[in-house]
Write a protein that binds this ligand. Structure first.
Ligand SMILES: NC(=O)c1ccc[n+]([C@@H]2O[C@H](COP(=O)([O-])OP(=O)(O)OC[C@H]3O[C@@H](n4cnc5c(N)ncnc54)[C@H](OP(=O)(O)O)[C@@H]3O)[C@@H](O)[C@H]2O)c1
Length: 325
Protein backbone atom coordinates (compact mmCIF):
# COMPACT_ATOMS: atom_id res chain seq x y z
CA UNK A 1 0.00 0.00 0.00
CA UNK A 2 1.02 3.65 -0.42
CA UNK A 3 1.06 6.23 2.37
CA UNK A 4 2.70 9.54 3.19
CA UNK A 5 5.77 9.73 5.42
CA UNK A 6 8.78 11.86 6.23
CA UNK A 7 11.99 10.68 4.57
CA UNK A 8 15.52 12.07 4.86
CA UNK A 9 18.47 11.39 2.56
CA UNK A 10 21.16 13.49 4.26
CA UNK A 11 21.93 14.74 7.77
CA UNK A 12 21.34 18.38 8.52
CA UNK A 13 18.87 20.93 9.85
CA UNK A 14 15.07 20.68 9.77
CA UNK A 15 15.11 21.43 6.02
CA UNK A 16 16.31 17.87 5.24
CA UNK A 17 12.84 16.55 6.11
CA UNK A 18 10.76 15.61 3.04
CA UNK A 19 7.08 14.66 3.15
CA UNK A 20 6.46 12.13 0.40
CA UNK A 21 4.52 9.06 -0.69
CA UNK A 22 6.19 5.76 0.24
CA UNK A 23 5.45 2.04 -0.05
CA UNK A 24 4.29 0.32 3.13
CA UNK A 25 4.86 -3.44 3.28
CA UNK A 26 2.42 -6.07 4.49
CA UNK A 27 3.21 -6.99 8.13
CA UNK A 28 5.84 -9.75 8.34
CA UNK A 29 6.01 -12.55 10.94
CA UNK A 30 5.41 -11.07 14.40
CA UNK A 31 4.50 -7.61 13.06
CA UNK A 32 1.39 -5.47 13.00
CA UNK A 33 0.63 -2.63 10.62
CA UNK A 34 -0.44 0.54 12.43
CA UNK A 35 -2.41 3.48 11.02
CA UNK A 36 -1.05 6.34 13.14
CA UNK A 37 -3.42 8.78 14.79
CA UNK A 38 -0.86 10.75 16.86
CA UNK A 39 2.94 10.83 16.71
CA UNK A 40 5.15 11.85 19.64
CA UNK A 41 7.87 14.43 18.97
CA UNK A 42 11.08 13.73 20.88
CA UNK A 43 14.51 15.31 21.12
CA UNK A 44 16.03 12.02 19.92
CA UNK A 45 14.39 12.73 16.54
CA UNK A 46 16.72 15.73 16.15
CA UNK A 47 19.76 13.54 16.93
CA UNK A 48 18.72 11.13 14.16
CA UNK A 49 18.17 14.03 11.76
CA UNK A 50 21.51 15.72 12.57
CA UNK A 51 23.55 12.51 12.36
CA UNK A 52 24.52 12.44 16.05
CA UNK A 53 22.79 9.04 16.05
CA UNK A 54 23.64 7.57 12.61
CA UNK A 55 21.07 5.94 10.27
CA UNK A 56 21.04 4.39 6.81
CA UNK A 57 19.50 6.44 3.99
CA UNK A 58 16.83 6.87 2.86
CA UNK A 59 15.63 6.96 6.44
CA UNK A 60 12.41 7.66 8.28
CA UNK A 61 12.22 9.66 11.49
CA UNK A 62 10.38 9.34 14.77
CA UNK A 63 10.50 6.78 17.58
CA UNK A 64 7.00 6.91 19.07
CA UNK A 65 3.39 6.86 17.92
CA UNK A 66 -0.13 5.74 18.72
CA UNK A 67 -2.65 4.37 16.27
CA UNK A 68 -4.98 1.60 15.21
CA UNK A 69 -3.87 -1.83 13.96
CA UNK A 70 -5.09 -2.30 10.39
CA UNK A 71 -3.35 -5.61 9.56
CA UNK A 72 -1.83 -8.41 11.64
CA UNK A 73 1.12 -10.52 10.48
CA UNK A 74 1.58 -14.28 10.97
CA UNK A 75 2.35 -15.48 14.48
CA UNK A 76 0.98 -12.46 16.35
CA UNK A 77 -1.11 -13.30 19.40
CA UNK A 78 -3.04 -10.98 21.70
CA UNK A 79 -3.40 -8.16 19.18
CA UNK A 80 -6.14 -7.75 16.57
CA UNK A 81 -7.21 -5.46 13.78
CA UNK A 82 -8.91 -2.42 15.28
CA UNK A 83 -6.94 -2.45 18.55
CA UNK A 84 -5.52 0.90 19.68
CA UNK A 85 -1.78 0.60 20.39
CA UNK A 86 1.19 2.76 21.29
CA UNK A 87 4.87 1.97 20.84
CA UNK A 88 8.34 3.38 21.09
CA UNK A 89 11.37 1.96 19.32
CA UNK A 90 13.65 1.85 16.33
CA UNK A 91 14.19 2.03 13.42
CA UNK A 92 12.78 5.53 13.22
CA UNK A 93 9.67 5.73 11.02
CA UNK A 94 6.83 6.96 13.17
CA UNK A 95 6.66 10.24 11.20
CA UNK A 96 4.34 8.42 8.81
CA UNK A 97 0.66 7.74 8.22
CA UNK A 98 1.12 3.96 8.31
CA UNK A 99 3.98 1.64 9.23
CA UNK A 100 4.72 -1.94 10.28
CA UNK A 101 6.25 -2.67 13.68
CA UNK A 102 6.95 -5.72 15.91
CA UNK A 103 3.82 -6.52 17.95
CA UNK A 104 6.03 -7.39 20.94
CA UNK A 105 7.07 -3.73 21.17
CA UNK A 106 3.49 -2.42 21.16
CA UNK A 107 1.11 -2.14 24.10
CA UNK A 108 -2.65 -1.71 24.09
CA UNK A 109 -3.75 1.81 25.07
CA UNK A 110 -5.96 1.78 28.19
CA UNK A 111 -9.57 2.87 27.62
CA UNK A 112 -9.18 6.02 29.73
CA UNK A 113 -6.17 7.27 27.72
CA UNK A 114 -6.64 8.94 24.33
CA UNK A 115 -4.37 8.18 21.37
CA UNK A 116 -2.97 11.69 21.59
CA UNK A 117 -2.18 11.31 25.30
CA UNK A 118 -0.55 7.94 24.67
CA UNK A 119 1.70 9.37 21.93
CA UNK A 120 2.54 12.31 24.19
CA UNK A 121 3.46 10.24 27.23
CA UNK A 122 4.88 6.89 26.13
CA UNK A 123 8.56 7.50 25.30
CA UNK A 124 8.90 10.45 27.69
CA UNK A 125 6.95 8.80 30.52
CA UNK A 126 8.85 5.52 30.22
CA UNK A 127 12.01 7.61 30.38
CA UNK A 128 10.79 9.32 33.56
CA UNK A 129 9.99 5.83 34.89
CA UNK A 130 13.44 4.35 34.38
CA UNK A 131 15.23 7.53 35.52
CA UNK A 132 13.34 7.66 38.82
CA UNK A 133 12.75 3.94 39.39
CA UNK A 134 15.88 2.32 37.94
CA UNK A 135 18.84 4.65 37.16
CA UNK A 136 18.69 6.33 40.54
CA UNK A 137 15.63 5.01 42.37
CA UNK A 138 14.30 8.00 44.28
CA UNK A 139 13.84 7.57 48.03
CA UNK A 140 11.42 9.47 50.20
CA UNK A 141 13.17 12.64 51.36
CA UNK A 142 15.88 12.72 48.66
CA UNK A 143 16.68 16.03 47.02
CA UNK A 144 17.10 15.62 43.25
CA UNK A 145 17.99 18.03 40.46
CA UNK A 146 16.22 17.89 37.09
CA UNK A 147 17.17 19.89 34.01
CA UNK A 148 14.62 21.05 31.40
CA UNK A 149 11.97 20.66 34.09
CA UNK A 150 9.24 22.21 31.90
CA UNK A 151 10.06 20.04 28.87
CA UNK A 152 8.49 16.80 27.70
CA UNK A 153 10.36 14.43 30.00
CA UNK A 154 10.71 17.23 32.57
CA UNK A 155 7.04 17.90 33.33
CA UNK A 156 6.36 14.17 33.69
CA UNK A 157 9.46 13.44 35.79
CA UNK A 158 8.93 16.35 38.14
CA UNK A 159 5.39 15.22 38.98
CA UNK A 160 6.49 11.62 39.42
CA UNK A 161 9.56 12.48 41.53
CA UNK A 162 7.42 14.62 43.82
CA UNK A 163 4.97 11.75 44.20
CA UNK A 164 7.87 9.46 45.19
CA UNK A 165 8.66 11.82 48.03
CA UNK A 166 11.60 13.76 46.61
CA UNK A 167 12.39 17.42 47.05
CA UNK A 168 12.58 18.37 43.39
CA UNK A 169 14.81 21.19 42.18
CA UNK A 170 14.09 22.04 38.54
CA UNK A 171 16.16 24.09 36.11
CA UNK A 172 14.47 26.05 33.30
CA UNK A 173 15.27 28.99 31.02
CA UNK A 174 12.24 31.32 31.30
CA UNK A 175 9.83 32.55 33.96
CA UNK A 176 6.89 31.02 32.05
CA UNK A 177 8.64 27.63 32.19
CA UNK A 178 9.41 28.20 35.88
CA UNK A 179 5.70 28.61 36.62
CA UNK A 180 4.87 25.40 34.71
CA UNK A 181 7.60 23.47 36.54
CA UNK A 182 6.33 24.69 39.93
CA UNK A 183 2.79 23.65 39.02
CA UNK A 184 4.15 20.19 38.14
CA UNK A 185 5.84 19.28 41.38
CA UNK A 186 9.10 21.24 41.49
CA UNK A 187 9.66 22.52 45.02
CA UNK A 188 12.32 24.95 43.80
CA UNK A 189 13.16 26.26 40.36
CA UNK A 190 16.52 27.69 39.31
CA UNK A 191 17.11 29.64 36.12
CA UNK A 192 19.45 28.01 33.58
CA UNK A 193 21.53 31.22 33.34
CA UNK A 194 22.23 31.28 37.09
CA UNK A 195 26.05 31.64 37.23
CA UNK A 196 26.28 29.56 40.44
CA UNK A 197 23.87 26.64 40.18
CA UNK A 198 25.97 24.43 42.55
CA UNK A 199 25.93 27.23 45.16
CA UNK A 200 22.17 27.65 44.82
CA UNK A 201 21.62 23.89 45.06
CA UNK A 202 23.76 23.66 48.22
CA UNK A 203 21.81 26.52 49.76
CA UNK A 204 18.55 24.67 49.07
CA UNK A 205 19.88 21.39 50.52
CA UNK A 206 21.44 22.61 53.78
CA UNK A 207 24.93 22.54 52.27
CA UNK A 208 24.75 18.84 51.39
CA UNK A 209 24.02 18.66 47.65
CA UNK A 210 21.51 16.44 45.87
CA UNK A 211 21.29 12.64 45.84
CA UNK A 212 20.96 12.56 42.04
CA UNK A 213 21.08 14.85 39.05
CA UNK A 214 19.00 13.96 35.98
CA UNK A 215 20.88 15.89 33.29
CA UNK A 216 19.54 15.90 29.72
CA UNK A 217 21.57 18.92 28.58
CA UNK A 218 24.88 17.08 28.25
CA UNK A 219 27.96 18.96 27.11
CA UNK A 220 27.30 22.38 28.68
CA UNK A 221 26.20 21.21 32.12
CA UNK A 222 28.17 18.06 32.92
CA UNK A 223 30.63 19.49 35.45
CA UNK A 224 28.09 21.88 36.94
CA UNK A 225 25.92 18.84 37.59
CA UNK A 226 28.77 16.92 39.26
CA UNK A 227 29.32 19.95 41.52
CA UNK A 228 25.68 19.75 42.70
CA UNK A 229 25.93 16.19 44.04
CA UNK A 230 26.34 15.06 47.64
CA UNK A 231 29.11 12.51 48.42
CA UNK A 232 28.30 9.18 46.69
CA UNK A 233 25.67 11.02 44.62
CA UNK A 234 24.53 9.73 41.22
CA UNK A 235 24.94 11.66 38.00
CA UNK A 236 22.40 10.42 35.44
CA UNK A 237 23.44 11.98 32.14
CA UNK A 238 20.69 10.99 29.72
CA UNK A 239 20.59 13.54 26.90
CA UNK A 240 22.55 15.80 24.56
CA UNK A 241 20.40 18.90 24.12
CA UNK A 242 23.59 21.05 24.08
CA UNK A 243 25.76 18.33 22.48
CA UNK A 244 27.33 15.08 23.70
CA UNK A 245 29.44 15.11 26.88
CA UNK A 246 33.20 15.26 26.25
CA UNK A 247 35.43 12.46 27.57
CA UNK A 248 36.38 13.07 31.23
CA UNK A 249 38.79 11.64 33.79
CA UNK A 250 37.40 9.30 36.49
CA UNK A 251 39.47 11.31 38.99
CA UNK A 252 36.81 14.03 38.62
CA UNK A 253 34.44 11.64 40.45
CA UNK A 254 36.99 10.92 43.20
CA UNK A 255 37.69 14.54 43.99
CA UNK A 256 33.95 15.22 44.38
CA UNK A 257 33.66 12.40 46.96
CA UNK A 258 33.08 9.07 45.24
CA UNK A 259 30.38 9.98 42.74
CA UNK A 260 28.66 7.59 40.34
CA UNK A 261 27.90 8.35 36.70
CA UNK A 262 25.48 6.48 34.47
CA UNK A 263 24.57 7.15 30.83
CA UNK A 264 21.30 5.24 30.33
CA UNK A 265 19.18 4.65 27.23
CA UNK A 266 15.46 3.92 27.47
CA UNK A 267 15.52 0.99 25.06
CA UNK A 268 17.81 -0.98 27.41
CA UNK A 269 15.11 -0.87 30.11
CA UNK A 270 12.27 -2.13 27.89
CA UNK A 271 14.18 -4.67 25.80
CA UNK A 272 11.82 -7.58 26.46
CA UNK A 273 8.03 -7.62 26.24
CA UNK A 274 7.92 -8.45 29.98
CA UNK A 275 10.04 -5.43 30.89
CA UNK A 276 7.99 -3.22 28.54
CA UNK A 277 4.74 -4.43 30.10
CA UNK A 278 6.03 -3.77 33.64
CA UNK A 279 7.20 -0.28 32.71
CA UNK A 280 4.06 0.61 30.75
CA UNK A 281 1.91 -0.77 33.58
CA UNK A 282 3.57 1.53 36.11
CA UNK A 283 3.33 4.47 33.72
CA UNK A 284 -0.35 4.01 32.93
CA UNK A 285 -1.04 3.52 36.64
CA UNK A 286 0.36 6.94 37.59
CA UNK A 287 -1.45 8.46 34.59
CA UNK A 288 -4.71 6.71 35.47
CA UNK A 289 -4.69 7.71 39.13
CA UNK A 290 -3.86 11.33 38.35
CA UNK A 291 -0.35 11.37 39.86
CA UNK A 292 1.03 12.34 36.46
CA UNK A 293 -0.98 14.55 34.11
CA UNK A 294 -0.04 14.83 30.45
CA UNK A 295 0.42 18.28 28.95
CA UNK A 296 0.07 18.28 25.16
CA UNK A 297 1.17 21.89 24.68
CA UNK A 298 1.92 21.88 20.93
CA UNK A 299 0.32 20.16 17.94
CA UNK A 300 1.56 20.28 14.33
CA UNK A 301 0.36 18.56 11.16
CA UNK A 302 2.85 15.82 10.21
CA UNK A 303 3.73 17.81 7.07
CA UNK A 304 5.02 20.57 9.39
CA UNK A 305 7.46 18.32 11.27
CA UNK A 306 10.35 20.62 10.27
CA UNK A 307 8.68 23.54 12.09
CA UNK A 308 8.19 21.32 15.14
CA UNK A 309 11.92 20.50 15.11
CA UNK A 310 12.81 24.20 14.92
CA UNK A 311 10.60 24.98 17.90
CA UNK A 312 11.90 22.03 19.97
CA UNK A 313 15.55 22.87 19.32
CA UNK A 314 14.82 26.58 19.76
CA UNK A 315 13.58 25.85 23.34
CA UNK A 316 10.15 27.21 22.39
CA UNK A 317 8.11 24.16 23.40
CA UNK A 318 6.92 23.07 26.83
CA UNK A 319 5.56 19.69 27.90
CA UNK A 320 4.76 17.23 25.11
CA UNK A 321 4.31 17.84 21.40
CA UNK A 322 2.40 15.67 18.94
CA UNK A 323 2.40 15.51 15.15
CA UNK A 324 -0.96 14.72 13.60
CA UNK A 325 -0.89 12.63 10.39
N1 LIG B 1 18.53 8.53 27.23
C1 LIG B 1 17.25 8.33 27.08
O1 LIG B 1 16.77 7.21 27.23
C2 LIG B 1 16.35 9.48 26.75
C3 LIG B 1 15.00 9.25 26.49
C4 LIG B 1 14.16 10.34 26.26
C5 LIG B 1 14.69 11.62 26.26
N2 LIG B 1 16.02 11.79 26.48
C6 LIG B 1 16.60 13.14 26.51
O2 LIG B 1 15.82 13.92 27.38
C7 LIG B 1 15.86 15.27 26.97
C8 LIG B 1 14.46 15.81 26.93
O3 LIG B 1 13.78 15.30 25.81
P1 LIG B 1 12.38 15.89 25.38
O4 LIG B 1 12.02 15.24 24.10
O5 LIG B 1 11.46 15.82 26.56
O6 LIG B 1 12.75 17.42 25.08
P2 LIG B 1 12.37 18.74 25.92
O7 LIG B 1 12.88 18.59 27.32
O8 LIG B 1 10.93 19.02 25.73
O9 LIG B 1 13.20 19.85 25.16
C9 LIG B 1 14.54 20.07 25.43
C10 LIG B 1 14.74 21.16 26.49
O10 LIG B 1 16.11 21.18 26.84
C11 LIG B 1 16.45 22.47 27.30
N3 LIG B 1 17.71 22.92 26.71
C12 LIG B 1 18.78 23.33 27.40
N4 LIG B 1 19.79 23.62 26.59
C13 LIG B 1 19.35 23.43 25.34
C14 LIG B 1 19.95 23.60 24.07
N5 LIG B 1 21.24 24.01 23.94
N6 LIG B 1 19.21 23.34 22.98
C15 LIG B 1 17.94 22.92 23.10
N7 LIG B 1 17.32 22.73 24.30
C16 LIG B 1 18.03 22.97 25.41
C17 LIG B 1 15.29 23.40 26.92
O11 LIG B 1 14.59 23.71 28.13
P3 LIG B 1 14.96 25.09 28.89
O12 LIG B 1 14.72 26.15 27.84
O13 LIG B 1 14.03 25.17 30.03
O14 LIG B 1 16.40 24.98 29.28
C18 LIG B 1 14.44 22.57 25.98
O15 LIG B 1 13.07 22.91 26.06
C19 LIG B 1 16.63 15.30 25.65
O16 LIG B 1 17.97 15.63 25.92
C20 LIG B 1 16.53 13.86 25.20
O17 LIG B 1 17.59 13.51 24.35
C21 LIG B 1 16.85 10.76 26.72
Amino acid sequence: MKANAIRIREYGGPDVLNYEEVDVAEPAEGEVRIRHTAIGLNFIDTYHRSGLYPMEFPAGLGSEAAGVIDAVGPGVTGMNEGDRVVYTGLPPDSYSEVRTFPAQKCVLIPDDVTDEQAAAVFLKGLTAWYLLRRSYPVNQGDAVLLYAAAGGVGLLASQWAKHLGATVIGIVSTSEKAALAKDSGCDHVLMADNPDIPGAVRELTGGEGVAAVYDSIGKDTFFTSLDCLRPHGVMVTFGNASGPVDPFAPAELAKRHSLYVTRPVLFDFIGTHEHLKTAAGELFQVVGNGVVTISVNQRYPLQDAARAHMDLEGRKTTGSTVLIP
